[in-house]
Write a protein that binds this ligand. Sequence first.
Ligand SMILES: [Zn+2]
Length: 384
Amino acid sequence: MQDILTILDRLCAFDTTSHKSNLECVDYCRHLLVSAGFDVTILPNADGTKANLHAVAGPRDGPALVFAGHTDVVPVDGQNWSTDPFKLTQRDGNLFARGTTDMKGFVAVALSTVTNLDLHALGLSLHHVLTYDEETGCFGARDISDYLRSAVPAGSFCMVGEPTDLRPIVAHKGIIGLRATVTGSEGHAATIATKTNAIHFASDLVQYLLQQAQVYAAKPNKNDYVTPFSTIQIGLMNGGQARNMIAKQCDLEFEFRHLPDDLSVEFLEDLEAFLSSDLRPRLIRNDELSSVHIKTMSHVPAFRASKNSPFLSALKANLGSVDIGFWDGVTEAGYYLDAGLDTIVCGPGTISQAHQPNECVSVSALNECKDLLRRLTSQLAAAS
Ligand SMILES: [Zn+2]
């Protein structure tokens, strides 16, 4: 029997910043779940430095409820914290530490709830999923998605406990992050008329992307996103060596944050059409060895809950008159949806606290979530 604060205190003490290992944190959760009667599977990443966790208890055939969270947190480097970010500190009803809101608070509530239930009496299948590398591109959820398709019955309810103030989020944008490498010629600036400057051609690509951004912004969209259209953002441009040298290489990193209706595959097809019909022919005119290559750096699918989601109805019935929401940010929910689960994003805490110095969640928000999980489990068990 473990309470939320004891678990959260332990979770926050593990420095699971995304570039570090989460193995100790996952092992602690595994111990908790095994002692509570769960069957636990640890799924390591390719180099064994991190792991996803899947735990299941209860009857394997009937309906199932999945609590999904990520173990990693964003860095604290350069942030001005007034407490130790890896030591849970309680003050005026708030709990301060990195990850309290995003999203170890939810993980602690879910672990406390499932480890305090009489699983034999419940008659409901409960699953717990913990992932790595959510903050750097949802790679853990991507890696566990196929496994979940066979490990969890299709149509099971899946609660992704990101900090939504317990408001059910039914859709969010997707992201595809890309790097373009333009390679041109070397040479003295005086010979530019017969050479290929990589910066000049990378700038043409920038112009194309900005034009596409305007096309997406002008599309008629009727939704409740803060930014109600898909956006393109160029976050890095790096090329050249000196004013009087022709730039041989220029790298661009950019991302397409898209509504569920604006498919990333169409964005990529349009980009490829521009490159092959316009940029590449001009690029090789002076230097046939010149090139432009596009590499996908990250891809997080957009999310839109199933139509008439039974899980959304169950959540609404337990939450009273709460509005459903749309998020401009991304979560792992698209991967759970791909795995066949009836997925909704809903968890304690406020997104504006996430990634901030002095990140905190209120004790009352965690208790409210605990009450919700208890009501949900008993309602679903009664219906099964
Ligand atoms: Zn998160």
